[in-house]
Design a protein around this ligand. Structure first.
Ligand code: TTP
Ligand code: MG
Length: 364
């Protein structure tokens, strides 16, 4: 039998040129840009209320230990001078649009990960003249000139390394990891610094004796898939500084969700609200980062006997207020109470994102 040699031009390219761009202290930097009295000061974007969380902190606040996702009360305790600023998602979205327009000057292969972060495949542009590093430098300069903000850039031959590189010299950084440097760079990393290895997986790896990139590289593919399932193959590859994932411009978030398994199963309706308050907090934050309006809310229930149910509700105009998200979710859940058997997990997700025009202006 004859086979035709079907190698696409992109696959036959020896080395890709990938840039990862990430804005510095994004929401906080926009607030300091727009209100000069905040410049040079420790600020946290988020609600100062006791149940509020910090979305991000200015670089002045970071030496105190103030971090994203930290309860506002903790942040205020760590840094007495901390100024809380309410988020203005419209302003962040506006900057995000400007920055994406700058990326588009260099390549159509742009994959945004959030309002402030994107991968760019500049292989073609770099071949046409000008190295990937020069392109990264030009993009940083354009961002500074046109938005008044700084970004950090990582340049490498795959997504995994480009992302690591952008983090390496933050803020206002530019760091390059060449194909020669990649494997050695990964070997020195502590397990917790691998993007794609979350805190839970990191703890599990440590309990298996995997503390650094060297340890991970020494683990066999069989060992990793036994302990980590499908993700094992990904870990095996990144330990070798290999990552074949393409920069895919149309990869869109299809849904955003949060869920919670309860220590004690739920049976009483009045317990539901308090039990999932934190879940709404988490979901609303992630939704703010996505930057597009969702039209559908879905609730998920898992029962003590492991049966599960989902219920959905859609609204034409999109969900723009947190109170609406909570009301719709609780309405859907209230119909399932009292439950036939105790409830062990509840989840809420948002989907059917606007592909255009769905301007996000979230009430907080
Ligand atoms: P990040 O890029 O993670 O953080 P950052 O840009 O504030 O700071 P850095 O210089 O370290 O990159 O996230 C981008 C924005 O997303 C951030 O400004 C606020 C928002 N965000 C949240 O709302 N919640 C979160 O938990 C995180 C991590 C970010
Ligand atoms: Mg950032």
């Amino acid at each position: 039998m004859l086979y035709s040699a079907a190698v696409s031009p992109r696959e036959s390219l020896p080395v890709r040129r990938i840039i990862h761009i990430d804005m510095d202290a994004f929401y906080a930097a926009v607030e300091q840009r727009d209100d000069p009295t905040l410049r040079g000061k420790p600020i946290a974007v988020g609600s100062p209320r006791p149940r509020g969380v910090v979305l991000t902190a200015s670089y002045e606040a970071r030496p105190f230990g103030v971090r994203s996702a930290m309860p506002s009360a903790t942040a205020a305790r760590l840094c007495a001078a901390l100024i809380f600023v309410r988020p203005r998602f419209d302003a962040y979205k506006q900057v995000s649009r400007q920055v994406r327009a700058i990326f588009a000057r260099y390549t159509a292969l742009v994959q945004p990960l959030s309002l402030d972060e994107a991968y760019l495949d500049v292989t073609e542009a770099a071949e046409a003249g000008g190295s990937a590093t020069e392109i990264a430098r030009a993009i940083k300069a354009a961002i500074r000139a046109e938005t008044g903000l700084t970004a950090s850039a990582g340049v490498s031959y795959n997504k995994f390394l480009a992302k690591l590189a952008s983090d390496y010299r933050k803020p206002d950084g530019l760091f390059v990891i060449t194909p020669r440097q990649g494997p050695a760079f990964v070997e020195t990393l502590p397990i917790g610094a691998f993007h794609g290895v979350g805190p839970v997986t990191a703890r599990k790896m440590q309990s298996l004796g995997l503390h650094t990139g060297v340890d991970l590289k020494a683990a066999s593919l069989g060992f990793l898939t036994t302990h980590f399932g499908k993700a094992g193959a990904f870990y095996y590859a990144i330990a070798r500084a290999e990552d074949a994932r393409p920069v895919s411009p149309d990869r869109e978030t299809k849904s955003i969700g949060a869920e919670r398994t309860f220590e004690t199963d739920l049976t009483e309706w009045p317990d539901v609200g308090p039990a999932i308050a934190g879940l709404f907090e988490k979901l609303w934050e992630a939704y703010g980062r996505e930057g597009r309006l969702a039209r559908t809310v879905t609730v998920k229930i898992k029962y003590a006997d492991f049966r599960r149910a989902t219920r959905s509700r859609s609204v034409m105009e999109g969900i723009a207020a947190r109170a609406e998200l909570e009301r719709l979710s609780l309405e859907l859940l209230s119909r399932e109470f009292p439950p036939p058997v105790p409830v062990r997990l509840l989840g809420v997700s948002l989907s059917h994102f606007a592909t255009d025009g769905g301007q996000m202006s979230l009430g907080v």
